[in-house]
Each structure stands twice: as C-alpha cells, then as structure tokens.
Design a protein. Structure first.
Length: 472
C-alpha cells in the first residue's frame, strides 16, 4: 500500500484558515499598509538551480490536476493530505497559473505552451488547434498507453482529452469520492493487464462551485473555523442552496455592491466554510485514488507523480466570486508538485508557470518536444507569464467590466495591464495581499520593470490587433 499520514490540523475558531479574514478585502481597504517581511530577496538569482534526474527506462506517469484549488489552501489546515504528499517531493512554491479559468490553464499544462502562444489572445478559443501536440499524444508516440478520467466537461469540449487511449468520467455532479470510484472501477480497470508504461491523468472538478461537500463535513469545518455551525445562508429573505444552485453564485456577486457590512461578513464567512469543506473533502478522498492505482499494479514509488491546480478562486477579496474575474493571486497563484525516483525533495522558490510542467516531465523522460518551453531543469531565471480575464459574453457584475487583462510575474512582482492601457504594479514580497498599487513609485529594480513593461506592451499589441471577442 502506498499511503500517507493523514493529520487533522485545527484552525483558530475566528480564522478562515486562508486568504483574508472574514469581512476584510482589498475592495474594502485598498490602502492597507504592506506587511513588514524583513530583508527582501533579490529578484534575480534568489533561487538556486535545481536539476531533475534523467530517468532510466519508461516509468509510469501519474498526473493529477485539481480544479479551482487556491494555492493558499496548502498547509491551511484543510489539506493535511496534500501537505504530506508535497513533503515527499519537489514543491514549486512560486508557481503561477497561465490564466484564471480552466480551458487556457489546462491547455498550458497539457501542451507546454502559454495560452498566448496557442491562440487564446485576442480570441476566446472553444477548441484548441488540431496541430497542438498534447502530452497524451507525445507520450503515446513514445510507447505509452494513456488513460484519462475527468469530471470537467471543459476538457472534452476544448478537445484537450482527444489523444488518450482510454477516457472516462464526465459527470460534473460527481463528488470526489464518486469520481475516484468511477475512475478505478471503469476507466482504469484494465491497468493491471497493460503491457506498456502508463500515463494516467485524473482531473477533479472539485472544489469548483457549486461547493457540495457532505453536510457533516461542512459542519465540522464551521466548528473548526468559527466555533459554531452557521445557519443556512439567508440574505434579503432568500435562503441560498449553494451546494446545488450554481446560478446563485452569479446572483450573490451581482448583489455584492448592495450588501451592507454585516451582510458581507455573513456571506464571506459562509462561502469560506463551504469552499474549505469541499477542499477538505477532496483532500481526504485523494488517498483512495493513489491506493487504487497501486492495487492495479502502478508502483508509485517508481513512477513520476505530478500534481497541479489549474487556477484559484476568489471569495470576494476584490469584490468578485469564483474565478475568471481578475489577474490577482487569489485566482492565479497555483499549486504544482512533482516526485520522481532519485529526484529532489524540498521546495523551489524560482518562478514557474503551467507551461513549464510538460517540459519538466519531458526532460526527465528524455523526450525532445519542440512545442514545450525547453526547460529541462529549473534554473532560477525570472519567469514572465501572461494571464487574462474575460466575461465570457456576460456582464454578471457591475464591478466586472468584462475586459481582458494581462499579469506578468517575476520573483513576486506582478505587473497588471488592462486593455484600456491602465497599468498596476504589486510587489508581493512586501505586500503579500497585493493591496497596494506601486506603479509609478516602485524603484527596486528598474531593469525588471522595463522588461515587464515591454512584455505587457507586446501582449496588448497582439490582443488589440484582432477581434475583441471578450469585449462587449
């Protein structure tokens, strides 16, 4: 059996365990003073090079992708299982999603290309290009037999699952435990009879809205966070069924500007609890997937195991709910981790992005793939990446203009550019909440700022050259 020590870590009754405290947000207090973090690391060269092994033979590859899991949930008390797993391999602690919704981020993960390269700017792709080489095709050409099981239909709609030999799942109403059982009993049932190395990709929709953890777990989390079980969420005489009604999330966001402080506090407390409960539920169900794969003949100690989240989730830190709203850390800071036989154990603090993950895998397997970024080993270089927001044809909130934006990152510095030409700059080393815009006053590294400016200018020029499908 390949299993992990599952430890329950309790939170303070007055703390959500992640993000900002209930009632606090960058929207409510945009001029909060930065946190004094002591001496700041140098923006270049502050991460030591980390070499990954070139593996002998063709080890199995187990890839788990988690939808909508905020990076700050790791170690928050809700993910002791993931925290224990991550302690057994290499955690990429400065990892950024390539966008803030599933299709472009999973494209970057599976293709090793930034969404800008693939064609998500200036358009909103429904289907990825036929010529795009995805990890299933690349490893299939190397002799791998490939499996995928997912609860997010977006992957199929965008044809990101087109190259797998065995494909299953698709029920977006399935909870994590039901998804694990389905994948093991159906999609992965023939793993024990295979005669080739395997690529096994499991994608969980959890903790995407609607948050639907079992009620007993919701109550457990509420007791951990607040010392009491909250009453069902009732605002303006309406009780919301947030475990089944996804449309309710859009309604709550639409009404956010009209709620008073007490109503906002109640809403944030309730959302934080039901979101955290679904995260905790997912965390507790993941061992069943790993144990089931082991029982089907996958030796996880000799396999390459990788875990990544596609993007995060906003819980009204900036006046919005869910994701595809902003280019800030709540939505774009991601988790990424890998473990390989003979590979490093620890953390890597250099900038990485989704587009790096496929090439890290290819480098360890000795696969040459031109479509990947070519990063065979982590080298500490600044990483500059793009992200954007798009209203997807709907203006669901007065605070959400539905315009594209781009965020470029290097060493904890984020330059955000909006399509209207606005620029904002945030230094997360001294301002972890990215609440203070220092554009026009920041002089810590003029050369880096010039590099970021040039990059965001290039992204904007490309977007403005085509049809503005994301603008109304």
């Amino acid at each position: 059996m390949w299993s992990l020590p599952w430890l329950l870590i309790s939170c303070s009754p007055t703390d959500t365990g992640f993000g900002t405290a209930p009632g606090d947000s960058a929207v409510d207090s945009p001029t909060d003073s930065p946190v004094d973090t002591g001496p700041l690391p140098d923006l270049r060269g502050w991460a030591e090079p980390v070499g990954l092994p070139t593996l002998q033979g063709q080890p199995d590859v187990v890839w788990v992708t988690l939808d909508t899991l905020r990076a700050d949930m790791l170690g928050s008390g809700h993910t002791p299982g993931l925290a224990a797993l991550f302690a057994s391999g290499l955690t990429l602690t400065r990892h950024q999603a390539s966008s803030n919704w599933t299709s472009p981020t999973m494209t970057a993960i599976l293709a090793g290309q930034d969404p800008l390269e693939v064609g998500y700017f200036p358009t909103r792709l429904s289907v990825v290009p036929d010529a795009l080489r995805l990890v299933g095709q690349v490893l299939g050409e190397q002799g791998y037999e490939t499996w995928a099981c997912t609860t997010n239909g977006v992957l199929g709609d965008a044809q990101l699952t087109r190259d797998y030999d065995h494909l299953g799942g698709w029920s977006e109403d399935a909870r994590a435990d039901e998804h694990v059982s389905w994948c093991l009993e159906n999609t992965y049932a023939d793993l024990a009879q295979r005669t080739a190395p395997a690529l096994i990709h499991t994608h969980f929709l959890d903790p995407h809205d609607a948050y639907r953890a079992p009620q007993e777990l919701v109550e457990e989390v509420m007791l951990d966070l607040y010392g009491e079980v909250l009453e069902p969420l009732t605002l303006w005489g309406k009780t919301y069924e947030l475990d089944t009604d996804r449309g309710a999330y859009a309604e709550l966001e639409l009404r956010w500007p009209e709620y008073d402080d007490d109503e906002r506090t109640l809403l944030v407390r309730y959302l934080a609890a039901i979101y955290a409960a679904e995260v905790r539920f997912l965390d507790r169900e993941l061992p069943a997937l790993f144990d089931g794969l082991q029982a089907l003949g996958v030796d996880l100690d000799q396999a390459v195991v990788m875990v990544a989240t596609d993007h995060g989730e906003q819980l009204f830190e900036r006046g919005h709910l869910t994701h595809a709203r902003s280019a800030f850390a709540e939505e774009t800071a991601a988790l990424a981790w890998l473990r390989a036989p003979g590979g490093p154990v620890g953390v890597y603090e250099g900038q990485t992005t989704h587009r790096d993950l496929a090439s890290l895998l290819y480098g360890m397997l000795g696969v040459t793939e031109d479509s990947a970024s070519g990063l065979a080993a982590l080298d500490g270089a600044p990483r500059i990446t793009t992200g954007f927001q798009c209203a997807q044809g709907e203006h669901i909130s007065p605070l959400h203009a539905g315009q594209q934006a781009w965020a470029l990152h290097s060493g904890g510095v984020r330059l955000v550019g909006d399509v209207d030409g606005t620029r904002r700059l945030y230094d997360a080393r001294s301002d972890p909440g990215e609440a203070v815009d220092v554009y026009g006053t920041w002089d810590a590294d003029p050369a880096l700022l010039a590099e970021l400016e040039a990059a965001v200018d290039g992204v904007e020029a490309q977007a403005l050259a085509g049809a503005q499908v994301c603008l109304e």
